[in-house]
Design a protein around this ligand. Structure first.
Ligand code: BTN
Length: 329
C-alpha cells in the first residue's frame, strides 16, 4: 500500500493545527525556507478560507486549531484490516477527488486507489451541482476499483454503497441515518452525505467504478450557506471521542467488503435492509424525471435497485429520477 501527502504546506498545517502561536523562525526552519517566503504559504491557507493570525513578536496561529486527517494512522488501520487498496492518497487540496482518481487511472488503469482530500476547489455533486468542500470541515473521498462485472450489472452499486455507509455510520450515530433513493444519506430530512458513482467499461464483464463520497462532519453555518437544501453534520450525532479519521478508516474497510459482496450477490442480501433504512418507505412521494412526474407510495426496491412505487395505475418500477416526500395528498 503506498501513500502520498503534500509536503511543505502539509508541514505548515500540521505545525499550526494545535491552535498555538509558532514563530516565523521555527516555521521557516521546519519548512526549509526563508522567513520572507513564509507569507506565500500562509496566503495559500487564506485562499482555502483557513483563518491565520499573524502577531508581531509571537508568530502565526490558526485560532481554535485544525482537526487534520492522519494518513499514517489510516494506512495502519487499513493494513490491519487486510485491505487490498493499492494506493491511499491523502491530499491537502485538489480540484475534485473524483477527477483525481480518473486522472490516476489514465496512468495506471484499474489499480485500486483511494483519494482523500482536506479541501476540494471544484467538488462535484450529482446532476452537475457543486459540492461545497471547506478545508478540514468534512470528509471528501473517492474510491477507484475495477470490478469483474459488466456495466449492465452495476445498476444497484450506488444503493449498495449507500446501505454500507448508512450501516457503518449508524453504529456511531445517536439518531437514525436513513437513505433517500437512490443514495442520499439523510437525518430527519436533512442531508448528511452524498454519493457520486461514475462507471465505465464494457457491458458484460469488466467495469471501472469511481465512487465519490462527501460526508458533512463539522461544517460551519456560513461555510454551508450555498447549499440549497437543509443539511446536518455527523459530528453532532456521535460521541465526542469519535474522530474523522476513525470514521474514514471504518467506512473504507466496510465499503471494500460491500464491493466484494456486491460482486457475488448483487443486492440480494442487502436489499432486505432497504425498508428499514429508507427515509421514505411507505410514505407518499413524488418522483420527478426529465419529462414526467409520478405520485405514489414508496414500497421498496427490486433486485436491480430500481424503486417500486404503488400508484393508482398499479405498481411502477422506476430506474431514475429524484424522489421527494409528497406533503399534500
Ligand atoms: C451528491 O450530489 O449528493 C453527491 C456528492 C458527492 C461529493 C463527493 S466529495 C468526494 C467526491 N469528489 C467530488 O468532486 N465529488 C464527490
Amino acid at each position: 500500500m503506498s501513500s502520498k501527502t503534500d509536503t511543505r504546506i502539509d508541514t505548515l498545517l500540521r505545525t499550526l493545527s494545535d491552535g498555538k502561536f509558532h514563530s516565523g523562525e521555527v516555521i521557516a526552519e521546519k519548512l526549509g525556507i526563508s522567513r520572507a517566503a513564509i507569507w506565500k504559504h500562509i496566503k495559500k491557507l487564506s485562499d482555502w478560507q483557513i483563518p491565520v493570525y499573524s502577531v508581531r513578536g509571537r508568530g502565526y496561529q490558526i485560532p481554535g486549531g485544525l482537526d487534520l486527517l492522519d494518513s499514517e494512522l489510516l494506512i495502519k488501520d487499513l493494513i490491519a484490516a487486510g485491505s487490498q487498496f493499492k494506493k491511499i492518497h491523502v491530499l491537502t487540496s485538489i480540484d475534485s477527488t473524483a477527477d483525481y482518481v480518473a486522472k490516476e487511472w489514465r496512468q495506471s488503469p484499474g489499480e485500486s486507489l483511494v483519494c482523500i482530500a482536506e479541501h476540494q476547489s471544484q467538488g462535484r455533486g450529482r446532476k452537475g451541482r457543486a459540492w461545497v468542500s471547506p478545508f478540514a470541515a468534512n470528509l471528501y473521498f473517492s474510491i477507484g476499483v475495477q470490478v469483474p462485472l459488466g456495466l449492465s450489472a452495476l445498476g444497484g452499486i450506488s444503493l449498495a454503497v449507500g446501505i454500507s455507509l448508512a450501516n457503518t455510520l449508524n453504529r456511531y450515530a445517536n439518531h437514525p441515518i436513513k437513505i433517500k433513493w437512490p443514495n442520499d444519506l439523510l437525518v430527519d430530512n436533512q442531508k448528511l452525505a452524498g454519493i457520486l458513482v461514475e462507471a465505465s467499461g464494457d457491458s458484460t464483464d469488466n467495469s471501472f467504478l469511481n465512487i465519490g463520497i462527501g460526508i458533512n462532519w463539522n461544517m460551519q453555518q456560513e461555510q454551508g450557506e450555498a447549499i440549497d437544501q437543509p443539511w446536518i453534520n455527523l459530528k453532532q450525532l456521535v460521541d465526542k471521542t469519535v474522530s474523522r479519521n476513525q470514521i474514514l478508516s471504518d467506512l473504507l474497510i466496510e465499503l471494500e467488503h460491500a464491493f466484494a459482496d456486491y460482486q457475488h450477490n448483487g443486492l440480494q442480501l442487502i436489499s432486505k435492509q432497504w425498508n428499514s433504512l429508507s427515509a421514505l418507505y411507505r410514505q407518499p412521494v413524488t418522483l420527478i424525471r426529465a419529462n414526467d412526474r409520478i405520485n405514489g407510495i414508496e414500497v421498496g426496491i427490486d433486485s436491480s435497485g430500481a424503486l417500486k412505487l404503488a400508484t393508482d395505475a398499479g405498481e411502477q418500477i422506476v430506474h431514475s429520477g429524484e424522489v421527494s416526500l409528497r406533503k399534500h395528498c
